[in-house]
Design a binder for this molecule. Structure first.
Ligand SMILES: N[C@H](CCC[C@H](N)C(=O)O)C(=O)O
Length: 285
């Protein structure tokens, strides 16, 4: 069996894209983990799969995401931009629709070669995050001690914990990230963002991702940071979220039910094909 893939990234959040539209089998968590290995595999933060969309569903493809540890993710903003780029290049169109676990997401070309994805509305109920028990999502009772002045929990189709800190550069990502990811408040674990408001138009944020660890960027995390800061009245409804790998623009119109618009680049690195030996090694393990 030949398994072709495409390596892509969005401001350094990197992906292996597997096109399953020809009926190829879905990757197992073991294949994801082997592929994610940056020495013995290809290396990625998330594995992105493209599957055929049902006729008449309005979607161009069904897009799925697996983390480097093999666990599923309901949403992935940077991966959605990359999937959209692939589908736009293939079809020659300037807008596409992706069916994801978080819903039908529309993506379109923006100026300067960037891509905007409507990530859908944030989910702000405690059950939707989800939290383990009923609690205020704007003051979630974390068990893990932390240096934040304010905390917000919310879902963009995947769970996020946004911690507002005075200095994002000094945030202990490597130690607090994994502790907060597995805080008992989060039954499905959480992505963790340390956010420092710079001014009404900019936030500096650093990310520890559920199932992937420190990443250079996280699109859904940038949306979560933007939404949390907007809900607290700390920034305007359009904000630049500066991540380690680059900047995403997050806009959340005030219209009721509006989705969060995320704009940023997407890039193709190379196309490749997995060797029979690699696949056999995963099977045998
Ligand atoms: N890098 C992704 C998010 C991955 C989230 C994943 N780590 C999870 O388990 O929810 C993004 O650009 O939105």
């Amino acid at each position: 069996m030949r398994v072709a893939f495409r390596k892509m990234h969005g401001i350094g959040n990197d992906f292996v894209v597997l096109d399953l539209r020809d009926g190829a089998p879905a990757p197992t968590p073991a294949l994801a983990r082997a592929l994610a290995d940056r020495h013995r595999g290809v290396g990625f933060d998330q594995l992105v799969t493209l599957s055929p969309a049902e006729a008449g569903s309005g979607a161009d493809a069904v897009v799925g995401f697996l983390n480097a540890d093999g666990s599923p993710s309901g949403a992935c903003g940077n991966g959605a931009r990359c999937a959209a780029l692939l589908l736009m290049e293939e079809s020659g169109r300037d807008s596409v629709a992706l069916r994801t676990e978080a819903g039908l997401l529309t993506a379109r070309r923006a100026s300067d070669g960037l891509i905007t994805v409507d990530m859908g509305p944030p989910r702000l109920g405690w059950r939707e995050v989800p939290l383990a028990f009923e609690a205020d999502v704007d003051a979630p009772p974390l068990s893990t001690p932390h240096p934040a002045t304010a905390v917000s929990a919310l879902s963009m189709g995947n769970p996020h914990c946004v911690l507002f800190v005075a200095d994002a550069e000094a945030a202990p990502l490597e130690t607090l990230g994994p502790a907060l990811e597995r805080d008992r408040l989060f039954p499905e674990r959480a992505n963790v963002e340390f956010a420092q408001v710079i001014d009404r138009g900019a936030v500096r944020a650093r990310v520890w991702e559920r199932g992937a660890g420190v990443t250079l960027a996280c699109g859904s995390g940038a949306c979560a940071v933007g939404v949390a800061a907007m809900r607290r009245g700390l920034v305007d409804r359009r904000v630049a979220v500066r991540l380690d790998g680059g900047t995403l623009t997050i806009e959340w119109p005030e219209t009721p039910g509006a989705g969060v618009l995320m704009t940023g680049p997407a890039a193709t690195v190379f196309d490749g094909e997995l060797s029979a030996g690699f696949l056999a090694g995963v099977e045998a393990a």
